[in-house]
Design a binder for this molecule. Structure first.
Ligand SMILES: [Zn+2]
Length: 276
């Protein structure tokens, strides 16, 4: 979500931008992430989930139930909102709506038991640049996630597609000794996952289904911190859509409610000693 374009005072970044390197680093999107999809459930507090959305609200509406579940399991959950999505309210200036979105994002994070971080970019103006990748790489080095979740590669919204490319570039950068920042490289990432977002539906095929039956109420309460999700700003019925989607994914998974995730094609490769 978020407006296709918008101008406003940039959101205050809670993590200072990383210094620009003297030379531009262009990195391939593909990363050597290892999917631990079929591993046994890891012990509590063994995981740190970092959910990165283009606009405040993206991470919560698509992955909030999953984050609530993992918080309940004892894991650390963090959200990074690259922009506030402040351009989407026809009744408020982007500056005023940005302030509101930031308050709503902090309330949603508190309800989920998550930490909230904010990028410095403007709604509609997120670009796949080296600077953006270095910023996110530095966040990854500080948060040290075991799991990163972000937007699928195709989207109706250019900010979402930019976020996908930025995050994949950042995942690689964060692991490289050659990327200099104030924090040491992070090599503990087990996988990159893509969220089930109505705007990112083209080519999205659910691959992993996680049971969130016991977490849907917590998700609903948390996302209701956002006015645009409660209704009245956008004509899109966010709450109804995502609750129904969780039921549909749950039905396909043989559960009551589930959150589905996609992964990169190379992450679907499984090597076995024999058929299970
Ligand atoms: Zn969005």
């Amino acid at each position: 979500m978020g407006a296709p374009r918008g101008r406003a005072t940039p959101a205050g970044a809670r993590i200072p931008p990383v210094p620009l390197l003297a030379r531009s680093l262009r990195v391939p999107i593909a990363v050597a992430a290892v999917l631990a999809a079929c591993a046994a459930l890891a012990p509590a507090a063994d995981r740190t989930l970092l959910s990165i959305g283009a606009h405040a609200g993206d991470a919560e509406i698509t992955t909030g139930a999953l984050l609530a579940r993992h918080k309940r399991l004892g894991d650390r959950v963090v959200m990074l909102h690259l922009t506030l999505g402040e351009g989407g309210n026809p009744k408020l200036s982007p500056a005023a709506y940005g302030e509101q979105k930031k308050r709503e994002a902090l309330a949603a994070a508190q309800a989920l038991g998550a930490e909230a971080l904010f990028g410095p970019w403007k709604d509609g103006d997120l670009r796949d640049t080296g600077e953006a990748a270095r910023f996110v790489a530095d966040v990854i080095r500080q948060v040290k996630p075991t799991h990163v979740i972000t937007h699928w590669r195709t989207s109706l919204h250019p900010d979402h597609e930019a976020a996908h490319r930025i995050v994949n570039a950042a995942v690689l950068l964060a692991s490289l000794e050659g990327f200099e920042s104030a924090h040491p490289r992070h090599r503990g990432l087990r996988g990159v996952y893509y969220a089930d977002n109505w705007e990112d539906a083209e080519g999205f095929v659910p691959y992993l289904y996680v049971d969130v039956t016991e977490d849907l109420a917590a998700w609903k309460a948390a996302v209701s911190s956002y006015e645009f999700i409660r209704g009245g700003i956008s004509s899109f019925p966010y709450l109804e859509y995502y609750e129904a989607l969780a039921r549909v994914r749950g039905a396909l998974a043989g559960r009551r409610f589930a959150v589905a995730l996609e992964v990169d094609p190379f992450a679907k490769k499984r090597v076995l000693e024999a058929l299970p």
